[in-house]
Design a protein around this ligand. Structure first.
Ligand SMILES: CC(C)(COP(=O)(O)OP(=O)(O)OC[C@H]1O[C@@H](n2cnc3c(N)ncnc32)[C@H](O)[C@@H]1OP(=O)(O)O)[C@@H](O)C(=O)NCCC(=O)NCCS
Length: 160
């Protein structure tokens, strides 16, 4: 585990290099522009080892297709550089993003994501549940809808 990782908010464009290398390898930069990236209630976070950006995570105020409600926030574009994977950077990013929303915007949020199979354990460990059958995102692969709703402030402070 790395102990000196710092998480800060970053600009949309700063996410593109890691999105492209980790999430859209071999594909054009335009495949790294996600709908809603520049909305008012969209936030991007970066994990830094010294000055080097090693991981990213974005969060959007948006409900999954199967649900309604203004409390939903989508986690998307979670990615960590290969040689930093498995060292808790992704967990830190995820918890930081959720805590940011709880602190600044929504006392009782619900968080959700379309999780790749490889990332399911990460989300399970952070309290997300698989909601539905596996489904396919074209050109990306199989995913599960996962939701975390069991937050009850003031006990909702999440470990990083
Ligand atoms: C998924 C990802 C963001 C997790 O970040 P991370 O820093 O590796 O995660 P952590 O170290 O905090 O937690 C490790 C968990 O992530 C998952 N994981 C996914 N890919 C992994 C990898 N290459 N190495 C280690 N863990 C990985 C495992 O489920 C692991 O949980 P487990 O130890 O209980 O099995 C990162 O591995 C990654 O960028 N993978 C490729 C892109 C991707 O799949 N993004 C998710 C889109 S939904």
């Amino acid at each position: 585990m790395l102990t000196n990782i710092k998480i800060t908010q970053i600009k949309t464009a700063e996410t593109y290099p890691i999105r492209q290398v980790i999430l859209r390898p071999g594909r054009s930069l335009s495949t790294c522009y996600f709908a809603g990236d520049e909305e008012k209630y969209t936030f991007h976070f970066g994990a830094f080892d010294s000055q080097i950006l090693v991981g990213i995570c974005s969060i959007y105020k948006k409900a999954p297709l199967s649900q309604t409600g203004s409390q939903y926030w989508q986690i998307r574009g979670m990615a960590v550089l290969s040689h930093y994977q498995g060292k808790n950077v992704g967990t830190k990013l995820l918890n930081h993003a959720m805590q940011f929303i709880i602190t600044a915007y929504e006392k009782k949020p619900a968080f959700w994501c379309n999780a790749r199979i490889a990332a399911v354990n990460l989300y399970l460990r952070s309290g997300f549940q698989i909601i539905d059958e596996q489904f396919e995102i074209p050109d990306v692969g199989p995913h599960y809808l996962m939701i975390k709703t069991n937050l009850s402030p003031p006990d909702a402070l999440l470990p990083e």
